[in-house]
Design a protein around this ligand. Structure first.
Ligand code: PEP
Ligand code: MN
Length: 356
């Protein structure tokens, strides 16, 4: 339920409304307008509560019942686009934001070469996994904390902001099975400018809550990926978990879903239509990951451009200096030249989208 306060409402009116909300056992979120409290969102199961329970109070203009369970991230609750600042980029505004880099951090040489060309192309955010969520326990699990430190060093040199994945609340084991000092989440929070939550963790609700609590004060931006078999409603509710627990700076990232396609043609099915749906339903920025969506370097350009035409606010692209020898996801990693071409074309499409 949403309560719109009257223009002339005074602090006592607002207090009476908030008291009624809390004494009935609900929580609330406030949106401040230029003259004080504008809108109050009531959180909780309000199915048994009549609108009049609040509308009878002085200073209340109207009470709107929102049927959507993902209230805080919905446009119905707050129509304005949520804009998220990362360095000099504003995600969710007019700018098309690019985040590019390898799937996995491998060596200092690899990270340095890629960072250099990413920066040269005018891209301001570098991706790179230090902790890799691998389906097989025998696949490369990532460089761990050493990778984070390396990424931080190189990105500092090239003035790039960092997006990297936090895979959980556990301590990462090195190759000899020795656990790191801090948890993966603690390490990533310290080093990342954007914390990526992968598709495997979209439904780890305890993890999402802990992530929100640990970033409640810093409001460090979070990129949440859609689970491979999750509905859009489940996806929005997962984002709602983070926002409801204190961090509003969430971006939604589509990365393809599991359909009946064979991996030899498409690793996942690019959910382009979901971009338009999410932009209408939610106020959060929508990022598209063409690399995992299609899983093949040759098709990354096509789906990237389609995603931008559909209204994506940014692209998260895997790129590698030597895709054939990449330790992870080489098949879907574009080269420097391909990345440059995608960027050029995508920016042109974005201009058209912005002007129409
Ligand atoms: C990744 O971005 O490297 C990754 C593992 O993504 P996803 O969670 O979409 O599989
Ligand atoms: Mn990958």
């Amino acid at each position: 339920m949403i309560i719109h306060m009257k223009r002339g409402a005074v602090p006592q009116h607002e207090k009476a409304v908030l008291d009624r909300i809390t004494s009935a056992g609900f929580r609330y979120e406030i949106i401040h307008g230029s003259t004080g409290i504008d809108v109050i969102g009531i959180l909780g199961d309000l199915s048994g509560v009549e609108e009049s329970f609040f509308s009878e109070l002085e200073g209340v203009d109207k009470v709107i019942r929102i049927s959507k369970s993902y209230k805080l991230v919905s446009r119905q609750y707050s129509a304005a686009d949520r804009k998220i600042r990362v360095g000099t980029s504003e995600i969710g505004g007019r700018e098309l934001v690019f985040m590019a880099g390898p799937c996995s951090l491998e060596t200092e040489e690899q990270v340095s070469i890629i960072a250099a060309y990413v920066a040269k192309l005018g891209i301001k955010i570098m991706r790179g996994g230090a902790y890799k969520p691998r389906t097989s326990p025998y696949s490369f699990q990532g460089m761990g904390f050493k990778g984070l430190k390396l990424l931080a060093k190189v990105c500092k040199k090239y003035r790039l902001k960092i997006i990297t994945e936090a895979t959980g609340l556990h301590r990462h084991l090195d190759r000899n099975g020795k656990p790191e000092k801090k948890t993966v989440l603690e390490n990533v929070i310290e080093y990342a400018d954007i914390i990526q939550i992968g598709m495997r963790n979209m439904k780890s609700y305890g993890f999402l809550q802990e992530l929100a609590l640990l970033t409640k004060d810093s409001k460090k931006p979070i990129l949440l990926k859609r689970g491979e078999s999750s509905t859009l409603k489940d996806f929005l509710l997962a984002a709602e978990y983070i926002v409801a627990h204190g961090n509003p700076n969430v971006m939604l990232c589509l990365r393809g879903i599991r359909a009946f396609e064979e991996p030899e043609f498409q690793r996942y099915t690019a959910d382009i239509g979901a971009i338009t749906v999410l932009k209408k339903e939610s106020n959060l920025p929508v990022i598209f990951d063409p690399s995992h969506s299609i899983g093949n370097r040759h098709y990354v350009k096509g789906v990237s451009l389609a995603a931008v035409a559909a209204g994506a606010d940014g692209l998260l692209i895997e790129t590698h200096n030597d895709p054939a020898n990449a330790l992870c996801d080489g098949d879907q990693s574009v080269t420097r030249e391909e990345l440059a071409r995608i960027k050029d074309l995508a920016v042109k499409i974005r201009k058209t989208v912005n002007n129409n």
